[in-house]
Ligand binder design. Sequence first.
Ligand code: GLU
Length: 442
Amino acid sequence: MSVTVRYAPSPTGKLHLGNARPAVLNWLYAKRSGGTFVFRLDDTDTARSTEAFAQGIETDLAWLGTTPDVKVRQSDRLALYDAARDRLIAEGRLYPAYETADELDRKRKRARAAGRPPIYDRAALELSDEDRTRLEAEGRKPHWRFKLDGRAVHFEDLIKGEQTVNTASMSDPVLIREDGSYLYTFTSVVDDIDLGITHVIRGEDHVSNTGTQIEIFEAMGAKAPVFGHHNLLTDADGQGLSKRLGSLSLEQLREDGYEPLAVAIMASITGTSLPVEPYESLEAIADKLDFSMISRGSARFDPAELATLNARMVHAMDFATVTDRIGAIDGLDEQVWMVLRENVSRLSELAPLYRELFIDARPVMADEDAEFIATARDLLPPEPWDESTWGAWTSVLKERTGRKGKALFLPLRLALTGKSEGPELKALLPLLGRKVSLDRLA
Ligand code: GLU
């Protein structure tokens, strides 16, 4: 059986790292099994969905490298849902209900007060045709509920193992709103059947939905797919990441210059038994990550871990990859990159660092170092220069001035770069060259 998975976000907001987890996990699963990755926009909630969010999600997926094989959006597929609706109505599995939100609220309160669980009492099932005609004549429009079997629904979760959801303790879910629009619980099942989805991989906040949806699959005469519910990314306090959406939106991470692969690694490897470390590519993660490695406990995300991982990846990056990622920077060649890379933790820092050292550097010189710097200038060796130049120059200086350690090196760094820290001077000096060095020491 060939595998087909889907990632199905609603375009009602920006994707953040927590939403990237199911995107990456689904992509990896498809890759690992030679299957198909479907991207489905769940945009039936027209009040909250926007085209800008939909575009943003596509941009984010392309950036992450989790490009889909197939793209669909629910708003293009309404005829399919209409047909499924008619079928379930004909079979008596969808029934109209007329209670207002207030009436439902009162019912729930009464149930609680009487010590009963606040589940829908199915009063609408008792309505006669006349009752319905009367209610509609009053101007009420029905919403439609799915009549649950009310049983223990068992399934073997790909990640969490055997699961049971008791639908007897649930209200019959509303699948169609008063205005005729469909709810995700329903459209998702219709699409999963139509698109031949074999595996539904999504967050564990959907486990009880799965009980309901398995019943809908069966009511539609279909076999339910395999389900896999992964742990959700949380912050250090165990809170959901959506609360911190701002700083961790994929758009923001992109603007902050993070590597998309570092973000994909964090999104998928956090909360598994694999170590968070550089991988060469998404394919390399797919080779390693078996879903049995996803922990059943929480997946705590530490922003410092992302920063460290990103820096490790940047430090090991070759020049061609850098140019691929951010384009050419005038004057910055491979040699310069090799000297600067240890000082760059995100590629967005590269151009400013280059400018700072090679173009805008303003030498800094304390009065008490003026004589020392003048001597240093006089002793600057003739070119050609290489990595041994710095050592040769500073040992003569040491001998001549009696300075050593910080007193020797810091004034030279400040004069040559204007900064108290930066790349190794023995590597930087030959790149600056004698002429520039003479100017800065003047
Ligand atoms: N649109 C749903 C959501 O964003 C999809 C869940 C699912 O994968 O079934 O939660």
